[in-house]
Design a protein around this ligand. Structure first.
Ligand code: HEM
Length: 474
């Protein structure tokens, strides 16, 4: 069989009345038939873009388990296997060393990178912050910031990078809800540092993929260190200032930072300065790019399927924006269905990886100790056993009776089990507010007639090149 051509990019198309957006052709060879050359190719391809290394079998067969790269790789696609690994026997599956070598240097003991007792304590301390009572406080500032930023981020008539615009907006919203915008540097500088931070975080170094010893310098990571140090210094400054104000009994904003600084662990202690900083860095890393990527892909999908866009806009136009902002989400079901469909096709954080800490059995299959275990949301969300027309943009599948047919483990943009995304409700509120405010004010029209965006995975799924759109005031 000839080698798989990662560079081949089929054009998007219309099929049976539905738009089929750009996606790489999955690798035809199952993992267990890979030659040494295939393994070598795939390490290079994964380092460039992990989505390229998705196999066809993982999108058509259930519970694929194979050998590759000298170790066992288990790609989990059956609901039973997902339930087993992430819920029933979750204790046997730890964070994967490759994932940790990507996240840990920047996020330290932030919730997403922490493990064991450190994670358990932090999750218990942070969970109350993410309850509906607190999350309900945030939509109003989200609305205020989005309204204030729209004219600048979406200037009338201009061609903009939609991906950059949504990143800016999502960071503006996050910065307001995290620390009431009290960080000192200007938005563009902050965004540059965050982009470097995410690029460094998001690109697996080939040495990490082959699990080379830690003392070997990861040259691809050097550029990001300064940006990470600058961001951390800003976070330290703002949180020190706030802690002093809290300790002095002064009035403080009701934002994440205040909640983090006043929350207590099981031992009745407040989180240390380092712990608060790790969590804030984590919320920045985990919380702004994900939501903005989903909105970016949604904008592209709607720009192609203009009939769906008209229905989406009509629903947003009918929304009574004078009611409490936290209720908006319940009044725009079709827009939320479009947002979910965007997350299905272009999962914002598609690779959920674990390592088997001990030998295990699923059905009759043995999972050896140290097996690499993946949920690849890219394949799960396009799996032919779970979805009709899996590659088509069809938001209706998330509405009414059709939504009821979606299995509990078929659509997992926020992960599953005890490490499920803690920011899920926050993200959905944010998406609802941003969609309502932005798309009531503007329409984004696609301008690169021939040049469709290509999905690139750097922890999040982003367009490889800037997604150019022309702003039309509505
Ligand atoms: C559309 C938006 C988002 C998506 C698709 C998303 C996706 C995910 C996924 C898939 C995981 C699980 C990773 C794993 O199991 O290895 C996760 C975890 C996490 N997410 Fe999100 N996320 C989003 C928004 C947010 C926001 C807004 C925040 C914070 C404000 C956040 C904070 C976190 C944290 C702290 C974790 C780690 C939880 C733990 O391990 O206990 N996320 N997210």
């Amino acid at each position: 069989m000839s080698r798989h051509d990662y560079k081949f990019r089929p054009d998007p198309k219309w099929e049976a009345g539905f738009f089929v957006p750009p996606a790489p052709v999955p690798m035809p060879k199952p993992l267990n038939e890979w030659s040494r050359m295939d393994v070598f190719d795939s390490i290079l391809a994964m380092s460039r873009n992990p989505i390229n290394a998705t196999t066809k079998a993982s999108m058509t067969e259930e519970d694929v388990m194979s050998d590759a790269m000298g170790q066992t790789v288990v790609v989990v696609t059956s609901p039973e296997a997902v339930r087993h690994i992430f819920i029933e026997n979750a204790a046997n599956y730890g964070m994967h060393p490759v994932r940790q070598s990507i996240l840990k240097p920047a996020l330290k003991d932030g919730l997403i990178a922490a493990e064991g007792e450190v994670w358990r304590k932090a999750r218990r301390a942070l969970s109350p912050i993410f309850t509906p009572r607190h999350i309900g406080e945030f939509p109003e500032p989200m609305q205020r910031v989005t309204e204030a930023m729209v004219p600048d981020v979406f200037p009338d008539g201009e061609i903009i990078g939609a991906d950059e615009a949504f990143l800016k907006l999502a960071y503006g919203v996050l910065s307001e809800t995290l620390f009431s915008g009290e960080i000192d540097n200007n938005l563009d500088d902050a965004l540059k540092d965050i982009a470097t931070f995410m690029n460094v975080l998001g690109k697996p170094d080939p040495l990490d993929l082959i699990e080379a010893p830690k003392w070997l310098p990861r040259l691809t990571k050097l550029g990001g260190r300064k940006a990470i140090a600058r961001m951390r210094a800003q976070v330290t400054e703002v949180s020190d200032r706030r802690r002093h104000r809290i300790d002095a009994g002064k009035d403080v904003p009701k934002d994440f930072l205040t909640l983090l600084l006043t929350t207590k662990t099981d031992d009745g202690e407040r989180l240390s300065g380092d712990q608060v900083e790790d969590q804030i860095m984590t919320f920045i890393g985990a919380g702004h790019e994900t939501t903005s990527r989903a909105l970016t892909w949604l904008t592209y999908l709607l720009s192609q399927d203009t009939k769906t866009r008209s229905r989406f806009e009509a629903e947003i136009d009918d929304l009574d924006m004078t009611q409490p902002t936290k209720n908006w989400i319940n009044h725009i079901p079709f827009a939320m269905a479009c947002f979910n469909e965007s997350m299905r096709l272009y999962a914002p954080a598609p690779l959920i990886s674990r390592i088997a800490l001990g030998e295990d059995k699923i059905d009759e299959k043995t999972i050896p100790k140290d097996a690499t275990t993946f949920i690849n949301l890219w394949s799960l969300h396009r799996h032919s056993a779970h979805w009709e027309k899996p590659n088509s943009f069809d938001p209706e599948r998330f509405m009414g009776d059709r939504a009821k047919t979606i299995g509990r483990f078929d659509f997992l943009p926020f992960g599953v089990g005890h490490r499920v995304c803690i920011g899920q409700k926050f993200a959905l509120q944010e998406a609802a507010v941003m969609m309502a405010v932005v798309f009531k004010a503007v329409r984004l029209n696609w301008v690169d007639e021939e040049d469709h965006p290509w999905p690139l995975m750097r922890i999040t799924t982003r367009p490889e090149k800037s997604l150019r759109m022309q702003v039309e005031r509505r």
